[in-house]
Each structure stands twice: as C-alpha cells, then as structure tokens.
Design a protein around this ligand. Structure first.
Ligand code: OFO
Length: 173
C-alpha cells in the first residue's frame, strides 16, 4: 500500500507526464503548420511516448492500492520563435522532468517504499535517454546554423532519430 505522501507525489508526476505530452503535441502542431514535417513527426511520436509514461504511472498507483487522479493540465505554449528555440525549450523541459523524477525517487527512500523505488528506475533510465536525445538534436541544430539546405536535411534526419529511439525503447522493455 502506498503512503499518502508517496501517492500524492506520484499523482503530481502523472500530471507532469500528461503536461509533457501536451507540450510535445503543441510543438508538433506548430512544426506541422510551418511545413516542417519531419520535426512534426518527431514531436507527435514523442507526445505519444509521454502519454505512455503517464499511463504507466496511473496503472502503478492503482495497482498499489492508491487512486491515480486525473487533473486539469497547464496549457502549453503554442508559438515558438524558431525551431531552434523550440528544441532548446524541449531540452530545458526534459531537465525539469528529470529533476522531478529525482525528487520522486527521493520520496520513495524517505517512505522506505523499495518497490516504488525499483519501479521508478525505468523512469530514471528513460530520462537519461531523453536528455541525451535532446542534446544530440541540439548539436545537429548548432551545426546547421542558418543554412536552408541543412534545415532540409535536419527535417529529414530528425525522423530517423525518432525511429532509432523508438527501436531502442522497445528493445529495452
Ligand atoms: Fe516522460 O519523459 Fe520526457 O518528459
């Protein structure tokens, strides 16, 4: 049985994952409207992944005798100065999510809930991957600068990054 404190902390994380899904969905829609199909595909795919992160937590809380509460979500930003800035915001967002997972893991230790501690290791590993992915993308963007041909190739390549990360996620499960 989850302690009340841990149940509340897990519910907070459920909200953060749901908001992450909305953040990526909003980025996907912005990119699609700008004609950046590859980037849009990357963001749509990532939005689905975030929903999966959220669902996994919902199921876990309910299985452990808690109640996963579905709450209202903060509206994501809908406009971005440029795709470069959008990816920088994505990276900062993932750092924020990693910090919140770390805080959650800390609560499991305080509450001596080793089952939840173990369950959350998947999220710890996932955050490492997500931060690495975001950094890889930012490195590529820095290489392009303002070159239009580079942007064309990036928009094409970023879909490969989606496919690769999806493949390694599946292999890791
Ligand atoms: Fe759920 O990992 Fe990104 O935010």
């Amino acid at each position: 049985m989850l302690s009340k404190k841990l149940e509340k902390a897990l519910n907070d994380q459920i909200q953060i994952e749901a908001e992450s899904s909305q953040v990526y969905l909003s980025m996907a829609s912005w990119a699609e409207v700008k004609g950046l199909e590859g980037i849009a595909g990357f963001m749509y795919g990532h939005s689905d992944e975030e929903r999966m992160h959220m669902l996994k937590l919902v199921k876990y809380v309910n299985e452990r005798g808690g109640h996963a509460k579905i709450s209202t979500l903060k509206a994501p930003k809908t406009d971005f100065v440029s795709f470069q800035k959008m990816f920088e915001e994505l990276y900062q967002h993932e750092i924020f999510v990693s910090n919140s997972i770390n805080d959650l893991v800390h609560v499991t230790l305080e509450e001596k809930d080793y089952a939840t501690h173990n369950f959350l290791q998947w999220y710890v590993a996932e955050q490492l991957e997500e931060e690495a992915l975001a950094r890889t993308v930012l490195d590529k963007i820095n290489l392009i600068g303002n070159d239009k041909g580079g942007l064309y190739l990036f928009d094409r390549d970023v879909q490969q990054i989606t496919v690769e990360s999806a493949a390694s996620n599946t292999a890791g499960e």
